[in-house]
Design a protein around this ligand. Structure first.
Ligand code: GUN
Length: 286
């Protein structure tokens, strides 16, 4: 049976450290960090994510202003709000919860956020910073995955890492971050032929494709490290489940993460850390 890397525990320890740092800095700068969250519509998943982020933020001493709009809001109104938040020096981070309704152009909205306040790391400036190894804000989920590997001192340097999934939010930045840690990285996707032949070679396997229990034991090398980024509804039980068939894969690999309690809490933790970094930079610029 593999060792389970608990995102819940790693995030808890990091949040306790962050809370202490925020407490000290808030005295130094005479104010707490503030994150503005824009939420459009009533998508159940988005409402639940925002609630989770707000709770975690308040636990570490980050103020949250949530702007919750009807689904019918226009792009212009969102643009106006972002403009206002960009110019408000007491706002350190801005997060627009995705997905947005179809009539609002996501890329237009994201590009409008000041890169310095883009705590999701989605702005093209921050994306470029990652690829050019310049200073910028890193996207939360892949940053959280690296933190999970580091929490167990899992060697990345020289290892064969396979990322299944090529999204802008997870797969692509994940691959780049593993590359920057000197892994030999392969990215797989829906057109990959003989996927199993590729995943079976992975020392570190990152599942980020968004298909419930897709990664089976015959796709995993003995002793591999398996990180599950999936957040799906199990079609049988309707409960939250990952991209990895945990019960069977955990008998074969050396380390594994669970869903829930794995990558999810780390994503939120890294969002809080990014907000704190933005806050420090904001204060140091003054
Ligand atoms: N929707 C699903 N995941 C995310 C995320 O990490 N950030 C934002 N802003 N929206 C999301």
């Amino acid at each position: 049976m593999a060792i389970i890397i608990s995102g819940t525990n790693v995030a808890k320890a990091r949040k306790e450290r962050l809370k202490e740092e925020i407490s000290l800095s808030s005295k130094l700068y005479n104010r707490s960090p503030k994150l503005a969250v824009i939420l459009v519509g009533n998508d159940v998943g988005s409402l639940s994510y925002v609630k989770g982020k707000a709770k975690a933020a308040s636990e570490v001493g980050i103020l949250i202003d949530t702007y919750h709009y009807e689904k019918s809001i226009t792009e212009e109104e969102i643009v106006k709000k972002i403009d206002e938040l960009n110019n408000d020096s007491t706002v350190d981070g801005i997060l627009v919860q995705l997905p947005l309704p179809k009539h609002i152009r996501t890329d237009v909205v994201i590009e409008l956020i000041s890169p310095k306040k883009d705590v999701d790391g989605f702005h093209p400036r921050n994306v470029a910073s990652l690829y050019l190894k310049q200073e910028g804000i890193l996207p939360c989920t892949p940053k959280g995955v690296i933190a999970l590997l580091d929490s167990e001192n899992i060697e990345i340097d020289g290892k064969r890492a396979v990322v299944v999934g090529r999204s802008n939010i997870v797969g692509m930045p994940m691959a780049k971050m593993l590359l920057d840690r000197n892994a030999t990285v392969t990215i797989c996707h829906s057109h990959t032929k003989n996927l199993q032949d590729v995943t079976k070679n992975a020392d570190i396997l990152i599942a980020a494709l968004g298909k419930a229990k897709f990664i089976k034991e015959n796709m995993v090398k003995d002793g591999a490290v398996v990180i599950d980024v999936g957040a799906n509804r199990d079609p049988e039980t309707n409960k939250l489940c990952g991209d990895v068939d945990f019960v069977n894969v955990s008998n074969k690999c050396s380390y594994i993460t669970k869903v829930p309690g794995g990558v999810g809490p780390m994503t939120i933790c890294c969002l809080l850390e990014n907000t704190y970094i933005a806050y420090l930079n904001n204060n140091r610029r003054k």
